[in-house]
Write a protein that binds this ligand. Structure first.
Ligand SMILES: *Cc1c(COP(=O)(O)O)cnc(C)c1O
Ligand code: SF4
Length: 447
């Protein structure tokens, strides 16, 4: 398949365009002024069910939906477009709306570390063992998910693109931080990079023997949005050879595949891509947020996890939709999230129970809703850090008052306490970060 990319400027050319009603076209044009929109011919031809596309999860995953904007925002933007306002005016309203949608959730700026006194804009280091790296050329995707939490990166509003060119700085940072066992190359989607760029980032790491890495992870949606990346692109073979080279070097390479719906695993192409990748010794782990309108049914998750295990993939994370962008549209309550997770989890064999969640990637850490229980006849959420800014917080269950509408950690109230156990220490960490004196492996631990 030859890759054909569509954006708001040429989506009239997709084969199925004539199916769109006037209202749908309007919605796509209005909403795509605020949220990024990009699709491709694999998604439109192989994943979307066009017989029933209005309610189709793959369509909702990839095409802007009217209700992703609140009515007042939608109508403001529609008015501007109708009266033919100029680009500048549209852009300025779009940015106004975006600023109201929490464009940088979970304090991402504060994860940017320093090396020799210099800020490393392409790196985020939040948890001791794992460094995130955002290669400049990997900050886009083959197609964009409508719910994407990195959405400001794909609009032109983001001055602070977490990207940097110099892979030698990355290697130096890893050498200077011996507590780091995992490097997670992420984006966007690093697999949009061509083989030369992939090599430029990965080979220096293989050639350095002074870091302490065990695993290189690559976060990607290409497996399900463009499986030809591993089959028929002109450098597909070279990509697989590079994967093999990493495996043979003694480092593990793990592809962190972003898969939201069982249909993404159903095509011949994705299954062929999985087979080829696994033949190189690379592991594939999977993750997805839980999303209204796309995958909010327990049977869908258990079916998806089972199919993943059958294909040799390892289920890894179920996330709770972040407090950003169109969360009012995609987000599910914590109550519903734990119901869906538990029901799905109880229906699969132990081999699929490698999955962890449902988890909120919040500022203090990854907080799992471990369950709902009762203490002295009062209903509570049981919470648990899967990752913490301070590693000492991990795996110490704690309680919050049950709240059937809460969608995120900041809406929860501690049970029989003024503050959650970690909050004083978290304030201290934030204060140090504001003064820019913190290094992740210098965090005070209470042990
Ligand atoms: C999730 C995440 C990681 C990786 O955590 P693991 O539990 O090792 O998968 C690293 N950094 C950030 C900022 C994360 O959100
Ligand atoms: S693949 Fe990831 S980064 Fe890319 S649009 Fe989807 S959620 Fe966003």
């Amino acid at each position: 398949m030859k890759h054909q990319s569509y954006s708001i400027h040429n989506y009239q050319n997709i084969d199925q365009f004539s199916k769109f009603s006037k209202e749908q076209r309007e919605a796509i044009e209005v909403v795509s002024k605020v949220f990024p929109f990009k699709t491709n011919n694999y998604v439109t031809d192989k994943l979307i069910d066009w017989d029933n596309f209005e309610d189709d999860p793959m369509f909702i995953l990839n095409f802007p939906q009217k209700d992703m904007l609140q009515d007042n925002h939608y109508n403001q933007m529609l008015d501007l477009i109708r009266r033919g306002a100029d680009k500048k005016e549209v852009y300025s309203l779009a940015n106004d709306i975006r600023r109201q949608l929490n464009p940088h959730p979970a304090g991402q700026e504060s994860n940017v570390p320093f090396l020799n006194g210099e800020k490393l804009l392409g790196i985020q280091h939040k948890y001791k063992e794992t460094v995130l790296f955002f290669p400049t050329q990997g900050q886009t995707c083959h197609a964009y998910c409508t719910f994407c939490f990195r959405w400001p990166q794909f609009t032109n509003m983001d001055e602070l693109k977490f990207a940097m060119k110099q892979s030698n700085l990355l290697t130096e940072y890893l050498e200077n931080n011996q507590s780091v066992s995992d490097l997670l190359i992420t984006g966007g989607d690093p697999m949009v990079m061509n083989i030369n760029n992939l090599k430029a980032y990965i080979e220096p790491i293989l050639n350095s023997h002074s870091h302490n890495l065990n695993t290189i992870r690559i976060g990607t949606k290409s497996l399900s949005f463009w499986p030809d990346r591993f089959i028929n692109d002109k450098d597909s073979e070279d990509v697989l050879r590079l994967f093999e080279k990493v495996s043979k070097s003694g480092l593990q390479l793990a592809l962190m595949a972003h898969i939201n719906h069982p249909r993404e695993l159903s095509t011949k192409a994705v299954q062929e891509a999985i087979r080829r990748i696994r033949n190189t010794g690379v592991q594939i782990r999977t993750q997805s947020p839980l999303l209204n309108h796309i995958n909010n049914k327990p049977e869908l998750w258990s079916r998806m996890w089972r199919h993943q295990v059958a294909l040799g993939l390892i289920p890894y994370y179920m996330f709770i939709a972040r407090d950003t962008g169109a969360q009012h549209y995609f987000g599910t309550s914590l109550k519903k999230s734990i119901q869906i997770f538990s029901r799905a989890y109880s229906q699969v064999s132990g081999l699929a129970r490698t999955v962890r969640g449902p988890s909120m990637s919040a500022d203090p850490g990854k907080v799992q809703i471990a369950g709902v229980t009762k203490i002295r006849n009062q209903k509570v959420f049981v919470l648990n850090f899967l990752q913490g800014r301070n590693p000492d917080w991990v795996n110490k269950p704690f309680f919050a008052e049950y709240d059937e509408n809460a969608k995120w950690l900041d809406e929860l109230v501690p049970f029989e306490d003024d503050r959650f156990f970690f909050e004083d220490e978290f304030d201290e960490i934030k204060e140090k970060q504001d003064k820019k004196i913190v290094r992740i492996d210098n965090y005070k631990t209470t042990a």
